[in-house]
Design a protein around this ligand. Structure first.
Ligand code: NDP
Length: 315
């Protein structure tokens, strides 16, 4: 069985940053990129809020740069999905694509989270052309325009308020007659003059050929439909962390996010670290993910030093 010093699972900003730091620390990291190499940034357009790119950069291009930088230091980047893990003893065992078993002294989990989507064909077709799941990333492109946002949780409220500062008008589409969000967020949304809350409202179709021009909405009380002219369509109905394969061993919260120790990427299993969106439901930014990837690599390095000291003192 192949044995690794440092295994990195996931290839978004957190994973690649961990790879750069681990490679430069001579940990010979091996990264398995998973089912979405490059992570969520590969499905966004321009990234204008990542420091160091004064003119902005396309999400996929930025991830190519991350990869190039990791390869420069000989990080071993491989295709493959982690299909099973056994963290019951050290070194930990991992199965790739149901066939290949490897063991690793340290593991950095950077598998991210995935936005939930409504599942409308028009939503998929216009993704990146007016449809977005991140107001903080893409709201800027709709300055002075009208937008719609689906969802009624804290994220939807936060994003609606964020958009209200940039956009001419924000239509919030809520499928029930109440919001799930905290009362204070609800109050802020209701009291914002350029946000209109549409109750019992379900998005039926995002309208537009090349770019979004509107949304057809169904009132689920009377089954009537109406069209809102909007240039941006935001979906904020939650995320799901990609942590299921680890959940037998790692502590997770009620939504499945991996729990890490305060100010640390350490999980409840020694030698297993988690960084990026798989353990962060609050910030979810490329730059915060990259920061926590750096933390994970530094913590893995320290962990490996103590393991080596332990092994050599036992010899
Ligand atoms: P939530 O799960 O809390 O809310 C999801 C919302 O999306 C619900 O209102 C739900 O409607 C709606 N929804 C789900 N599916 C659909 C659908 N198919 N069509 C229409 N609407 C749909 O997710 P959030 O991302 O908002 O929040 C996740 C967690 O993070 C929460 O615990 C939240 O409190 C927390 N958070 C905290 C923040 C803060 O403290 N500042 C900021 C952001 C998040 P319904 O209610 O009808 O089910």
């Amino acid at each position: 069985m192949e044995h690794l010093q440092c295994l990195i699972i996931g290839a978004g900003p957190a994973g690649f940053t961990a790879a750069i730091y681990a490679a430069r620390a001579n940990l010979n990291p091996v990264m398995y990129v998973g089912s979405q190499p490059g992570g969520q940034l590969t499905i966004t357009r321009d990234v204008e809020n990542y420091p160091g790119f004064p003119d902005g950069v396309l999400g996929p291009e930025m991830m190519e740069l991350f990869e190039k930088q990791a390869k420069r230091f000989n990080a071993d980047i491989r295709n493959g999905i982690v299909t099973d893990v056994d963290f019951s003893s050290h070194p930990h065992e991992i199965t790739i694509d149901n066939i290949k078993n490897i063991s690793a002294d340290s593991i950095i989990i950077a598998t991210g989270a995935s936005a939930k989507w409504l599942g409308l064909p028009s939503e998929t077709r216009l993704n990146g052309s007016g449809v977005s799941a991140c107001a903080v990333c893409d709201g800027f492109f709709y300055r002075g325009q009208d937008v719609a946002i689906v969802g009624a949780g804290d994220t939807a409220c936060e994003e609606a308020l964020y958009l209200s500062k940039l956009c001419n008008h924000v239509h919030m589409l809520i499928r029930r007659d109440e919001m799930r969000a905290s009362k204070i967020m609800q109050k802020r949304v209701i009291n914002t003059p350029n946000i209109t809350v549409h109750w019992h409202a379900e998005a039926e179709e995002v309208i537009g050929e090349q770019i979004v021009t509107g949304v057809r909405v169904k009132d689920n009380l009377n089954e009537e439909t109406y069209v809102l002219a909007v240039q941006g369509f935001f979906v904020a109905i939650g995320h799901h962390p990609n942590a299921k394969v680890f959940s037998q061993y790692l502590d997770t919260d009620d939504q499945g996010y991996i729990i890490t120790q305060p100010d640390s990427t350490k999980t409840n299993i020694p030698g297993v670290f988690a960084c990026g969106d798989v353990q962060d439901k609050h910030f979810r930014q490329a730059v915060t993910a990259a920061g926590s990837g750096c933390m994970a690599a530094l913590e893995a390095e320290r962990f490996l030093t103590t393991v080596e000291a332990h092994v050599s003192s036992a010899d």
